[in-house]
Design a protein around this ligand. Structure first.
Ligand SMILES: [Zn+2]
Length: 321
C-alpha cells in the first residue's frame, strides 16, 4: 500500500469506521415508510421501482426496464482498503436482477464511475442485453470488461433518449464530499482493478420522464448551478444521501428545485456489507435524524422508502388507484 493509497484508505475509514448502534431501529423506521407491496399475485399497472442497494434501481413500466447504477458485488471495507481488486460477480448480478424480474433490460445508466455505481454495470448490460449509457470513464470500464461495442453508448448531457415510453435526459451534476477517488481512470485501465482505480469521471443526474409521471435520480449529494433550471420538474426524487452536506440546503437545491412532492432516499446503506446480510446504514450517517429532517422539511413532501430487491409501484397508471 502506497502512502497515497494509505491516506485515501484512512480518509475512507474515517467516514465508515463508526458502526451505528441502532441499525435495527433504522430498519424499522425505513420499513414504516415503505411503499406498499402489490396484492399477492397482482401487478396493478404503473411504474415500478426495485432498489438494489446503494444508488441502484430498476425502473419498469411493465414493458420497458431501465437500470441506474446497479451495484450488487459488495466487498468488505478491509478488502477495499488493502487495495485488493474488486470484481463484478455475474452470479450475484443474476440473483439480484432475477429477484426483481429484470433479466431483460433495455438500458443501463451510470451516474458516475466510482465502483459503487459502475462496477457491475458492464456485467448487467451483458447479462440482460441492455445498452450501457455512461461517461467516457464508464465506457473505458465497459471496454476493459469486454462489453460488446454495440452495447455501449456515450452519455450526452441534455440530449433526450427515448427508451420505450420513457424519455431519459442526463443533467450535468457534481460529486458530493468526500470524493475519495477524483479525476479520470488511467488510459490503460483494466479489470480487475482496485476500487481506487474507479475514478469519478463525469457526474450526471438522470431525469426519467414517462406519460405516467417523472422521476429524478440524483445519486450524489451535490449539484452544479446548471444542473436544474426552472423547467426541470419531477414528481418523485430518488435522493442519494451518502456523504457530508447540510440536509436542508441539499433538499432545497434538488427536491424543492424540481417541485417534487415525494422523496425516496437511496445510497444510505453500508455497501461494505453483503446484500445478503441485514442492512446497516452507512457508518457516520445519522439516518434517523435525516429521515426526520426530510419529513419536517416541507408539509407537502412525503418521504417514502423501498425494500431491497422487491418491486414497488411508485407511479400509478392513469385511472388506477
Ligand atoms: Zn462516488
Amino acid at each position: 500500500m502506497t502512502i497515497h493509497s494509505l491516506a485515501a484508505g484512512l480518509a475512507l475509514l474515517a467516514t465508515t469506521a463508526v458502526l451505528p448502534a441502532c441499525a435495527a431501529r433504522a430498519r424499522a423506521e425505513l420499513r414504516s415508510r415503505e411503499l406498499p407491496a402489490p396484492p399477492a399475485g397482482q401487478r396493478p399497472p404503473g411504474i415500478y421501482l426495485t432498489w438494489l442497494g446503494t444508488a441502484g434501481v430498476v425502473i419498469d413500466d411493465g414493458t420497458t426496464r431501465i437500470a441506474i447504477d446497479p451495484f450488487v458485488t459488495r466487498d468488505s471495507l478491509g478488502h477495499v482498503l488493502l487495495g485488493r481488486p474488486v470484481e463484478s460477480d455475474p452470479e450475484l448480478v443474476d440473483r439480484w436482477l432475477g429477484r426483481s424480474g429484470s433479466m431483460s433490460l433495455d438500458a443501463v445508466l451510470v451516474t458516475h464511475s466510482h465502483y459503487d455505481h459502475s462496477l457491475d454495470a458492464p456485467t448487467v448490460a451483458r447479462r440482460t442485453g441492455a445498452v450501457l449509457i455512461g461517461s467516457d470513464d464508464t465506457l473505458r470500464q465497459a471496454r476493459a470488461s469486454r462489453l460488446d461495442s454495440q452495447q455501449q453508448r456515450a452519455a450526452q448531457v441534455g440530449v433526450p433518449i427515448s427508451v420505450g415510453r420513457f424519455t431519459i435526459t442526463l443533467r450535468p451534476s457534481a460529486h458530493g464530499q468526500p470524493e475519495h477517488f477524483p479525476g479520470h481512470a488511467a488510459e490503460d485501465f483494466h479489470v480487475p482493478a482496485r476500487a481506487r482505480d474507479y475514478r469519478t469521471g463525469e457526474v450526471f443526474s438522470v431525469l426519467v420522464e414517462h406519460p405516467w409521471g417523472t422521476l429524478l435520480h440524483h445519486a450524489s449529494a451535490a449539484r452544479k448551478p446548471e444542473t436544474y433550471d426552472a423547467s426541470t420538474r419531477a414528481d418523485v426524487v430518488l435522493l442519494g444521501v451518502a456523504g457530508r452536506y447540510e440536509p436542508e440546503g441539499y433538499l432545497q437545491e434538488v427536491v424543492d428545485a424540481v417541485g417534487a412532492t415525494r422523496v425516496i432516499p437511496i445510497h444510505y446503506d453500508d455497501f461494505f456489507r453483503s446484500l445478503d446480510r441485514p442492512l446497516h446504514p452507512l457508518p457516520g450517517l445519522d439516518l434517523l435524524e435525516l429521515l426526520a429532517t426530510m419529513e419536517q422539511h416541507r408539509p407537502e413532501l412525503r418521504v417514502q422508502t423501498l425494500p431491497l430487491g422487491e418491486p414497488r409501484r411508485v407511479l400509478a397508471a392513469p385511472g388506477e388507484p
